[in-house]
Design a protein around this ligand. Structure first.
Ligand code: ZN
Length: 690
C-alpha cells in the first residue's frame, strides 16, 4: 500500500500515477481502517461535537475521497478497467456507508448530543449538521431491526446496482446508434464545427480519410451532436430519423431500461413505506427546501398557468413562421421544432448562435468570466498549470486568491469533449472541501469543472456559442459556492449540506449574467480579427434570450411533473401504468403530443441514475430564487458599478460564504431581506408584461 497513490492522497490527487489497479486495494484498505475507528467511536459513544461528529468525519473521509476520485475518473477517463473497479467496489462501499449511517450507537450518541447543553451553544451550521445527520440516519433505516433491516439494505443495494446499470445502458445505447452520412446534401445546413467533429468521429470509426469538407460524417446521439443537428440539418427526413432514434434510446434489446424503470420505482416505494412515508417523494422532499410534494405541485401550477397559454401562442407563431417560409407539410412535428425555432431566431433577431462562435474563443471567454466574478466577489484567478497533476493533458489548473495574493482555493477545468472516454454534458464537483483542523491549519477547497467544448482543430482555438457560454457560467457558479465558502466545518462548508433544490441558485444566478450586453461585449474577441460585437448585435442577442422561454419552461414543468407523479401517485387508479403518468404530464404540458413510441423515461438518467429522483423540479425551484437574487442587481442597474460591487459582496458574504450552514430560506432572506417572489422569474423569462 506504501506506493498506492489512491491510498495516499495529498492536497492534489496524483492523477499522473493513479491507475485502475490501485482502486480496489486503496478503497478496501481505507474501509478496513475506517471500520476500526468507527467501532472505537461506537464503543466510547461520546455525545460531543469533537468526539462524535469530527471523529466520524476524520474516520470516514479517506474512504469518500478515494471513492470520489474513482467515480470522477469513470466520468472523464472511462474504461472497462475502471468500470470493473466500480462494479467490484460499489457493494462494499454501500455496506460500509449503511453500516455507518445505520449504526444505533452512533445515532444514540448523536441524539444525546442533540439533547446536550453543548448543542444549545452551537451556531446554525453545527445545529444543522446534527439535525440533518439525525434525519439522514432515520431516512436510512437506523430505526429498523432484524428482517426489516436486512430487507431494507437489500433494497438499497439493488437500487444502487440498478442505477449504475441504467446509466451504463444509456451510455451504451447512445454509442450503439450512429448514422454515417456520405452525401453532401445529407449534411446541408450543418455548421463547420459540427462537420469537423462528425468527420473526426468518422475517422475514429474506420473512415480514415474522412474530412469536414468531403465526409463521410458520423452523426450520433451525443448531446453535442444531436442538439445542433436538430437545429441545423435541412434534411427533414434525417432529423426525423435521429429524433426517432433518440426517443427510443435504451428502450429495447440488451440496453433496455424499461424493466429497470419499473423496478426502481417499486423499490423506492417500498423503501419509503418502510420508513413511514406514504411515498418516495415525501422521503425525497423531507430533506429539501420545498419540504413537501404539495409545495412543488403549487409551484408547477403557478408557473404553468402563466407559461402554458404563452407556449401555445409561441407554437402557433412558429407554425405561421414556418409556413410563410415554405413549410407545407401540415402541423410541425417534434423534429421540426428546433430547426424552425432556430431559423425564426435568425430572422427575428438577425443572428445565428453558430455564426457568433468565432467571436468567443474559450480562453477569452474564461478571462471575461474571471473579470466579472472578480468585480462581484473581489477574488482573483491565476493560471497555475503544472502546479498539480491532471488526468488529461488538456486539463487546466487555477489558483483563487484574495487581494493580498493569499490562496483561497484551487480548481481544475477540463474543457474539451472526448466522446470515447468522457461523459457528455458539463458538471462541477469537488476533491476537497474547506476545513479548519484542530491545529488551526486550513484545508483549502479544491473544485473541478468539466465541459464538453469542441476540441481545438486545424490550429484554431475552441470557440463557443452563447449557449455554451451559459453552461460554463453555470458550472462556475457552483464552483464559486464551493471555493468561496467561509465555513470551517467540512460537513457544512462549500456545496456540502445545501438542500438539493437550493444548490442550483449559485449556478443559475451566474448564468443570468452572461447574456447581459455589457458582459457579453467583454467576452467577445473574434478569433481572427479580434473584433468585439456592436451594441446593436448585443441588444439583439439579449432580446432573443426570452424567445420561446415559455416553450422551454413547460418542457421543464412536464419533466418535473412526471417525476413527481411517478414518485407520489404511481401506481394508483389515476396512474395504473407508468405510461399513464407519462401521457398525463404530456397532455398537460406538451404543446406537441409525443409519438406513441416515445420512451424518453428510459434515458431520463437524472431521475433514475442521478440524484434528481422526485427532485427534477429543483431546477425550476432554484431558478425562482436565482432570478430574484439577480433582480436585486437589476433594480439598482447592472451598469452601476458601485452598486453591483456592493450587492456582489453581499451575495458573496451570504449565499456563497454561508452555503450549507444556514437553511436556504434564511440565507436567501439574509441576502434579499425578504422571502423569494416567483414574479422575478416570470418577468425574467418574459412571461409577464412587467
Ligand atoms: Zn447545476
Amino acid at each position: 500500500m506504501t506506493d498506492n497513490p489512491l491510498y495516499h492522497l495529498d492536497e492534489f490527487p496524483r492523477f499522473d500515477a493513479i491507475r485502475p489497479e490501485h482502486g480496489v486495494p486503496a478503497v478496501r484498505q481505507r474501509i478496513a481502517e475506517a471500520e476500526q475507528t468507527v467501532s472505537a467511536i461506537e464503543t466510547a459513544c461520546p455525545a460531543t461535537w469533537d468526539g462524535r461528529i469530527r471523529a466520524l468525519h476524520n474516520a470516514t473521509e479517506p474512504v469518500w475521497r478515494a471513492w470520489g476520485i474513482i467515480q470522477h475518473l469513470i466520468s472523464v477517463s472511462n474504461s472497462t478497467d475502471w468500470r470493473t473497479v466500480e462494479e467490484t467496489l460499489q457493494p462494499e462501499v454501500i455496506v460500509f456507508a449503511m453500516r455507518v449511517v445505520q449504526s444505533r450507537p452512533l445515532y444514540d450518541a448523536l441524539q444525546a448530543l442533540r439533547d446536550s447543553s453543548e448543542y444549545s451553544g452551537f451556531d446554525s451550521g453545527r445545529k444543522r449538521v446534527v439535525d440533518k445527520s439525525l434525519r439522514a440516519a432515520r431516512d436510512s433505516g437506523v430505526g429498523l431491526e432484524g428482517e426489516d433491516k436486512t430487507a431494507f439494505n437489500a433494497i438499497v443495494n439493488e437500487l444502487s446496482a440498478l442505477s449504475m446499470k441504467f446509466s451504463n445502458n444509456v451510455l451504451d445505447a447512445t454509442k450503439a446508434f450512429s448514422l454515417m452520412l456520405h452525401e453532401r446534401n445529407e449534411v446541408a445546413g450543418l455548421p463547420p464545427t459540427l462537420l469537423e467533429g462528425c468527420a473526426q468521429a468518422a475517422q475514429t470509426s474506420g473512415e480514415a480519410a474522412a474530412t469536414a469538407e468531403k465526409g463521410p460524417w458520423r452523426i450520433t446521439l451525443e448531446h453535442a451532436v444531436y442538439g445542433p443537428f436538430m437545429q441545423y440539418a435541412e434534411r427533414r427526413d434525417l432529423r426525423e430519423k435521429l429524433y426517432r432514434a433518440n426517443i427510443i434510446r435504451a428502450s429495447d434489446g440488451t440496453t433496455d431500461n424499461t424493466p429497470l424503470v419499473e423496478r426502481i420505482l417499486e423499490l423506492r416505494r417500498k423503501m419509503s413505506q418502510m420508513l413511514g412515508y406514504d411515498n418516495y417523494a415525501q422521503l425525497s422532499l423531507s430533506a429539501k427546501m420545498a419540504g413537501k410534494p404539495e409545495a412543488v405541485y403549487a409551484m408547477i401550477d403557478q408557473i404553468g398557468e402563466v407559461a402554458l397559454p404563452k407556449a401555445k401562442k409561441d407554437l402557433a407563431d412558429l407554425q405561421a413562421f414556418a409556413e410563410s417560409h415554405g413549410f407545407s407539410k401540415g402541423p410541425l412535428m417534434p423534429w421540426d421544432l428546433a430547426y424552425w425555432a432556430r431559423l425564426q431566431v435568425e430572422t427575428l433577431f438577425g443572428y445565428s448562435p453558430e455564426a457568433l462562435r468565432p467571436y468567443f474563443p474559450l480562453e477569452h471567454v474564461l478571462n471575461g468570466l474571471f473579470d466579472l466574478v472578480s468585480k462581484l466577489t473581489g477574488v482573483r484567478f491565476v493560471a497555475a498549470d503544472g502546479a498539480a497533476p491532471t488526468w488529461h493533458p488538456d486539463v487546466r489548473f487555477f489558483r483563487v486568491t484574495d487581494d493580498a495574493d493569499t490562496t483561497l482555493a484551487w480548481f481544475y477545468l477540463d474543457p474539451y469533449s472526448r466522446p470515447e472516454t468522457k461523459r457528455g454534458g458539463a458538471w462541477m464537483n469537488e476533491f476537497q472541501t474547506r476545513e479548519r483542523c484542530p491545529d488551526g491549519s486550513l484545508k483549502r477547497p479544491v473544485a473541478l469543472m468539466v465541459c464538453n467544448q469542441a476540441v481545438p482543430a486545424g490550429g484554431k482555438p475552441s470557440c463557443m456559442t452563447p449557449g455554451e457560454i451559459s453552461t460554463l457560467f453555470h458550472e462556475f457558479g457552483h464552483a464559486l459556492q464551493h471555493m468561496l465558502t467561509e465555513i470551517d466545518i467540512p460537513e457544512a462548508s462549500g456545496i456540502n449540506n445545501i438542500e438539493w433544490d437550493a444548490v442550483e441558485v449559485a449556478s443559475q444566478f451566474l448564468e443570468n449574467w452572461c447574456l447581459q450586453p455589457d458582459v457579453l461585449r467583454a467576452l467577445a474577441h473574434h478569433v481572427e480579427t479580434g473584433e468585439t460585437l456592436d451594441d446593436d448585435m448585443l441588444g439583439r442577442i439579449h432580446a432573443s434570450n426570452t424567445h420561446h422561454a415559455a416553450l422551454q419552461t413547460i418542457r421543464q414543468l412536464r419533466f418535473a411533473n412526471v417525476d413527481l407523479d411517478l414518485h407520489t401517485k404511481y401506481p394508483s387508479p389515476e396512474f395504473p401504468t407508468i405510461a399513464d403518468a407519462e401521457r398525463q404530464s404530456a397532455e398537460r404540458f406538451a404543446v406537441i403530443a409525443p409519438l406513441p413510441e416515445d420512451r424518453f423515461l428510459c434515458s431520463f438518467a437524472h431521475i433514475f441514475a442521478g440524484g434528481y429522483s422526485a427532485g427534477y423540479y429543483s431546477y425550476m425551484w432554484a431558478d425562482v430564487l436565482a432570478a430574484d437574487v439577480f433582480a436585486m442587481f437589476e433594480e439598482q442597474g447592472l451598469d452601476n458599478v458601485a452598486e453591483v460591487q456592493r450587492i456582489g459582496r453581499r451575495y458573496t458574504e451570504t449565499i456563497l460564504a454561508q452555503g450549507g450552514a444556514m437553511h436556504p430560506m434564511d440565507v436567501f432572506k439574509a441576502f434579499r431581506g425578504r422571502e423569494p417572489d416567483v414574479h422575478a422569474l416570470l418577468k425574467q423569462k418574459g412571461l409577464l408584461e412587467n
